[in-house]
Design a protein around this ligand. Structure first.
Ligand SMILES: NC(=O)c1ccc[n+]([C@@H]2O[C@H](COP(=O)([O-])OP(=O)(O)OC[C@H]3O[C@@H](n4cnc5c(N)ncnc54)[C@H](OP(=O)(O)O)[C@@H]3O)[C@@H](O)[C@H]2O)c1
Length: 328
């Protein structure tokens, strides 16, 4: 069967995106298919569309972008337990297998029940940020100090704290009892403080600005931005083992671990979606959404997602792709 999707059939600027027909995907074993309500625009979507991604050679065109999505289950694959047709869920597709989520239907590789506390716009923007942040915090050993009853948890510096991954990492670290220092451009500092971080300006000279905050020590550092700060982060923590980068492939030359997850050929950890949903229900977690665009304005959405200041995610509302029921 044929569905409608936002897709591109050649690499190029945002204007290569258009709505067209595509084959419907179906849920395989261990997967669910959703009727998509919302899908987020992520840096990987921008890089694949422009052709800048090293993955472009293996990419089948036309390609439907979109990794994170939320919607309503309409097919349940073999072996899936605890979920049924009609359940509202949020999660992520495996873009290397069946294409992306900016379509009428998408197959999720991992997911959780959408809590009422998150709107479809928020839920559709959550999965990659939650999975990535959970993986990075686990790798850094940012333990849940609150659950262990310890005094003053880890002090964590997050470089690139206002974006899609960073804004979620700040909140998940705070929920673990960490004290968080987050970098952003000055006009994003109120936003960062609202997430629970002590804000500081990003860019060269970071170590000096962090020391000027008077915080006694930085225990761990997470580089989300990949903007060249690794030597300063190692300087601040005192050891490369206390630093993880998500976006700087020079990491190993500084002794710093690069965490890439499933697309980097590394095993998935605990994706943390159900935990984040539980935190949202308790009022301890939200998904910052900067802007929502309808499907027929996907090119504008890709332009917005590439333009600072970026605070949280840009989202596509895909409900307009559904066939319109004629009014009686
Ligand atoms: N390894 C993984 O598993 C994994 C998973 C997801 C994403 N990523 C990668 O992680 C990176 C961030 O993803 P994202 O979704 O958070 O991107 P995003 O939403 O575009 O956010 C990027 C953030 O970085 C900030 N920034 C810009 N220049 C900076 C600088 N010089 N120093 C520090 N921060 C700076 C931006 O602020 P302004 O907009 O205000 O300039 C923005 O808030 C991307 O490269 C993405 O591909 C990796």
């Amino acid at each position: 069967m044929i569905m409608r999707a936002v897709l591109f059939d050649r690499f190029g600027p945002p204007q290569v995106l258009h709505i067209a027909s595509a084959a419907e995907p179906h849920a395989g074993p261990g997967e669910v298919r959703i009727a998509v309500r919302t899908a987020a625009v992520s840096p990987v979507d921008l890089a694949l569309r422009s052709g800048d991604s090293p993955s472009r050679d293996g990419l089948a065109l036309p390609h439907i972008p979109g990794v994170d999505a939320a919607g309503v289950i309409d097919e349940v694959g073999a072996g899936v337990e605890g979920f049924a047709v009609g359940d509202e869920v949020f999660g992520a597709v495996d873009i290397t297998r069946l294409g992306g989520a900016s379509a009428q239907f998408a197959v999720l590789a991992f997911w959780a029940a959408k809590p009422a506390a998150l709107s479809f716009e928020e839920a559709g923007a959550a999965a990659t940020g939650v999975e990535t942040a959970t993986r990075a915090l686990d790798l850094l050993g940012v333990a849940n100090a609150k659950s262990k009853g310890e005094d003053g948890g880890t002090t964590l510096l997050i470089d690139g704290a206002a974006g899609g991954v960073g804004s979620i990492a700040v909140q998940l670290a705070v929920a673990r009892g960490a004290r968080v220092v987050g970098t952003g451009r000055p006009e994003s500092h109120d936003f960062l403080a609202g997430l629970g971080a002590v804000p500081v300006a990003y860019g060269a000279g970071l170590a000096g600005r962090v020391r000027a905050l008077g915080i006694p020590r930085i225990d761990r550092a997470l580089d989300v931005a990949g903007a060249g700060s690794l030597p300063e982060l190692v300087d601040l923590t005192g050891t490369a083992e206390s630093v993880v980068t998500l976006a700087d492939f020079t990491g190993p030359s500084h002794g710093v671990r690069v965490s890439l997850g499933r697309y980097g050929g590394q095993p998935d950890g605990n994706h943390g979606l159900a935990h984040a949903a539980d935190l949202a229900t308790k009022g301890l977690f939200r998904v910052p959404v900067q802007a929502v665009f309808p499907a027929d304005r996907a090119a504008e959405a890709h332009t917005a997602a590439a333009t600072g200041p970026r605070r949280g995610k840009t989202v596509l509302d895909l409900t307009g792709l559904m066939p319109q029921v004629p009014q009686a």
